[in-house]
Every structure is written in C-alpha cells, then in structure tokens.
Design a protein around this ligand. Structure first.
Ligand code: GDP
Ligand code: CA
Length: 302
C-alpha cells in the first residue's frame, strides 16, 4: 500500500534521509526543511538547508554533502581578490542558484514557490517545502548573541553555545502545503539532523506541533552514535543546553514528539519510557544505505 511520509529535515542529515524515502516507489514523500540557517551572503538570499536537500535528491551534492558536485570556484576566488570575506563558500553553480532565488524573492515570489521552481528545474518529484515563507533567523548565545552563519561557518562551531533563539519564529506561519502534507501523512520521520539547530525551528513553527502530534507514528533517527554526532556540534549543543549527549537527550529535546527512535545497531539496547527503540544501521551516507533504512522504517508500520 502506498504511504505518505513527511520528513523533517535540516541540511546534510536531513537530505540523506530524504534521499532514502525518495527512492521508494510506493512512498510519496514531502520534505519539510529548516530555514533558520538562511542568511544574506554577498547580498544574496542563501537557504543552505533547502539547497542541500534539493542537490542531494538530484544526486548532485558536493563531496561533503553540501554544495555541488563538480563545482568550480572562479567567482569565489574573485570575490576574495576583491577583499570580500568569502569564508561562506559559494561555488559557481551554487552562486547561480542563489542569484535565481534572490531575484525571484525580490519579485515578491514566496520562498516555497521559488523552491518548487528550483526543484522542478532539478527534475525532482518529491516535494521540498520550507517550513515557512517567513524569515526565521537562528541566533546563538556564545560570549554574545551571534548569527547562525557566524557561529557555524565563520567560527567553525567551536564556541560553547549557552542558549539558542529563533528570531521571527513566533510570527511565522507554515508555508502553503506544510500542514496539509502533515495531516495527510501516515508517518512522520524526524531525520538525523541537528536536534536543536535544525529540527527545533521546524517543530516550533506555530501550528506544526499540533499537526505533527495528530500523526500516529513519529519516528526519529538519531544523529548520534556512541553519544557523539557523526559530524558537527549536535552532541555538544545538546549537552550545553542541559540535555544528555545520547539518545535520552535526543528524545528529551523533542519534548514528547517521538513515538519511535532508531539508534545504531552497534549500540547497546536501551529503554526510554514512552518511546519505542529500534536498532538498525543508521549510517546513511550513500543512497543505497539510506534506501535500506527507509524501507526498514516503513516495514515497522505494517
Ligand atoms: P546541516 O544542516 O548540514 O548541519 O545538517 P543536519 O542538521 O541535517 O544534520 C547534521 C547531523 O547529521 C549531524 O549531527 C550528523 O551527526 C548527522 N549525520 C550526518 N550523516 C549522518 C548519517 O549518515 N547517519 C546519521 N544517523 N546521522 C548523520
Ligand atoms: Ca543547516
């Protein structure tokens, strides 16, 4: 039987999980993506998580999971020569996409519509939706409040994060199609994205949580193995915000959202009250392993 699946996704971890469900013929997938990392770089509207999802679903992602494969860097080098801070790296192809998005947004087209245009241009059939068309900006309290990209790219996420806030979130409304996709879904999958930086701004967008809670099965895939993120600061941030850097912390940070959590098969069995725990191979760096995990998750529903 065909299933409708909604995936909540940040960038690389989200895109990898989305690619697995996208590959399943009898599953119709909608990916709802974080926009808290969006920013203005060289005057352009960048949406790094949306682009990572689109590039990955198109099979065109860069070697580290973000940006483009076979990228060239002529514009990046020239911007550096002109003395601009080019530490947020935009390759030539990526730059073209960001120019397109910026132009369309300036014409007054909402982000969800621009994203649909981009997805069509990349031949996608899976729908990719920003969680909201309204601007949300993630800020982190280190020694002082700083922007997401300052924290993540310019300072390479080395600062201790004492608090996180999402400017604009209280006033945001879900993008067209988001609530409809959730209420029409048989399964919500919380991708192995950064629980605080990528997933929280999605589930805290007004209206989302009630819609999500009405779906019977809500499966999270852990971004941690052995208490550590596979990449990036997910574990450290959980810890500095008072959660454990392990599966208990992941589940607690979602505040009752998950009915199920998938942890890696290499880990010991563990019990978390109120949440079913499954063990599986959660290393999903390539399409085949992501597809296998997606199939397995679907099979638990039958
Ligand atoms: P970002 O927005 O690009 O930083 O990416 P996300 O927030 O979507 O995902 C970052 C998280 O993905 C990190 O915490 C990683 O631990 C996790 N991650 C990356 N690759 C994998 C994988 O193959 N399996 C699992 N389980 N987690 C992964
Ligand atoms: Ca991100």
């Amino acid at each position: 039987m065909g299933k409708n699946v909604v995936i909540l996704a940040g960038g690389v971890g989200g895109a990898r999980m989305a690619r697995g469900f996208d590959a399943l013929a009898d599953v119709s997938t909608t990916v709802v993506v974080n926009v808290g990392d969006d920013d203005t770089i060289h005057g352009l509207n960048v949406s790094p998580d949306l682009d990572t999802v689109v590039y990955t679903l198109a099979g065109l992602e860069g070697p580290e999971g973000w940006g483009r494969a076979n990228e060239t860097w002529a514009a990046h080098e020239e911007l550096g020569r002109l003395g601009l801070d080019n530490s947020f790296r935009l390759g030539d192809r990526d730059l073209a996409l960001n120019i397109f998005r910026t132009l369309r947004l300036r014409e007054g087209v909402p982000l969800s519509k621009v994203t649909a245009e981009i997805a069509t241009a990349f031949g996608l059939t899976t729908s990719v939706l920003p969680v909201t068309d309204d601007p949300i900006r993630t800020k982190l309290l280190t020694d002082e409040w700083i922007d997401f990209q300052t924290y993540f790219v310019f300072r390479r996420h080395r600062d201790r994060v004492n608090d996180v806030r999402f400017d604009g979130l209280d006033q945001a409304t879900p993008a067209p199609g988001v609530l409809e996709a959730i209420s029409g879904s048989d399964l919500v999958v919380v991708a192995p994205s950064n629980p605080i930086l990528s997933v929280r701004p999605i589930i805290e967008t007004p209206g989302l949580r009630d819609a999500l809670d009405a779906v019977k099965v809500r499966v999270g895939v852990s971004p941690l193995i052995g208490g550590k993120a596979l990449k990036g600061p997910a574990g450290d941030i959980l810890e500095s915000l008072g959660y454990e850097s392990n599966h208990h912390g992941v589940v607690a940070s979602y505040e009752g959202l998950l009915t199920d959590l998938v942890i890696d098969e290499s880990e010991e069995e563990t019990q978390i009250s109120g949440t079913r725990i499954h063990r599986a191979d959660i290393l999903i760096g390539d399409k085949e392993s992501a597809t296998r995990l997606a199939k397995e998750i679907i099979s638990w529903m039958d």
